[in-house]
Ligand binder design. Structure first.
Ligand code: FES
Ligand code: FES
Length: 151
């Protein structure tokens, strides 16, 4: 099947097998390796990206399910809120092993786009789809709150 999709601001036209997953398309076809493999079952959130302004787990989405003229934002994108959160994650040491980090950052980006003034409870809810086994989340929350001060 032929697809046309805007990824990180760039229009991509490709022919893909009908069962190609979005996660494989990003990583293997486009070389966007920042989006991580985790459970491969839609449960850990490591593969989270923003599709048409919503956070989704790319391991359970087939290219065939994506509506025409869709837009995707990944961890490699140039979005202002995304880049601010990345900066604050570095500053606050909010990543340890890093397996969850791109997914957490994409979830936080999606949240702050929709609700820049999200409170603690809303931040926890916004990030609940991405599991982090290392950080205990405290530094992640601190980094996100610091980013909010600049919005
Ligand atoms: S790899 Fe997609 S949710 Fe775990
Ligand atoms: S930093 Fe290791 S799982 Fe989150």
């Amino acid at each position: 099947m032929n697809i046309e999709i805007t990824i990180n601001g760039k229009l991509i036209k490709r022919e893909v097998p009908v069962n190609r997953r979005l996660l494989d398309f990003l990583r293997d076809d486009l070389g966007l390796k920042g989006t991580k493999y985790g459970c491969d079952q839609g449960e850990c959130g490591a593969c989270s990206i923003i599709l048409n302004d919503k956070i989704v787990t790319s391991c359970i989405i087939l290219m065939a399910q994506i509506p025409p003229d869709s837009t995707v934002l990944t961890i490699e994108g140039k979005d202002q809120i995304l880049q601010l959160i990345q900066e604050k994650f570095k500053e606050f040491g909010a990543a340890q092993c890093g397996a969850c980090t791109p997914g957490v950052i994409m979830a936080a980006t999606s949240l702050l786009h929709l609700n820049p003034k999200a409170n603690q409870e809303e931040i926890e809810e916004g990030l609940c789809g991405v599991l982090c086994r290392c950080t205990g989340y405290t530094k992640i929350y601190d980094a996100i709150k610091e980013a909010q001060k600049q919005l």
